[in-house]
Write a protein that binds this ligand. Sequence first.
Ligand code: 5GP
Ligand code: MG
Length: 178
Amino acid sequence: MPERPYVIDELISAKTIAARIEDLSREIAEEFAGTDKLIVVGLLRGSFVFIADLVRELDLPIEVDFLEASSYGDGMESSREVRILKDLRGAIEGRDVLVVEDIVDTGYTLKHVSGLLRARKPARMKTIALLNKQVRREVDFNADWVGFEIPDEFVVGYGIDFAQRNRDLPYIGTVRFT
Ligand code: 5GP
Ligand code: MG
C-alpha cells in the first residue's frame, strides 16, 4: 500500500488505448500472417490488462503464456538487476513469439527477457510495449511496436501499479503526491 497521499491525473484515456490497440493488432496480424504457431507471452504483472485486450483484437490463432521478471519491486525506481521469478510453462523452440510488456523504461527488463527467450531458439520473436519512456533508456533496446511514447513520469492504471494499487483503473494516469 502506498505510504503518502496522492492523486492520479489522466494521461491516456481508455478510448485512446482501445483505438491504438486496434491499429497495433492489425499491424501484428500482418506481420504474423499465416502462422499457426504464435505464442503471446505476457510479462507479469503489469501487462495483464494490455495482453487481454490485445489478444481479443488479434485475428490470429494464438496461445498465451506468462513470465514474471523482477524489476521495480514496490518502489518507483528500476533495480536494473533482472531476475526471472516465474518462467514460461511451455517450450518456444521453433515457435513464433510475441512478448508483451507494459512499459520500457531503462530497457534492462525487455533486453534481458528477450535475450533469454531468443536463446531458446524461437522461429521468430517480436516485442511490443504499451508505453515507452525513451528519455530514460540506459541500454540499447527498442520494442518492435510501441503503443504510446510517454514523458519521464511515474504512471499507473490499465494493469500498471503503484505499490500494487491502481491496476484496476481503465485509463493510464500519472501519480501526483498531495
Ligand atoms: P526497465 O527494465 O525498462 O527499466 O523497466 C521496465 C519495468 O519497470 C516495466 O515492466 C514496469 O514494470 C516498470 N516501470 C517502468 N516505469 C514505470 C512506471 O511509470 N510505473 C510503474 N508502475 N512501473 C514502471
Ligand atoms: Mg513490468
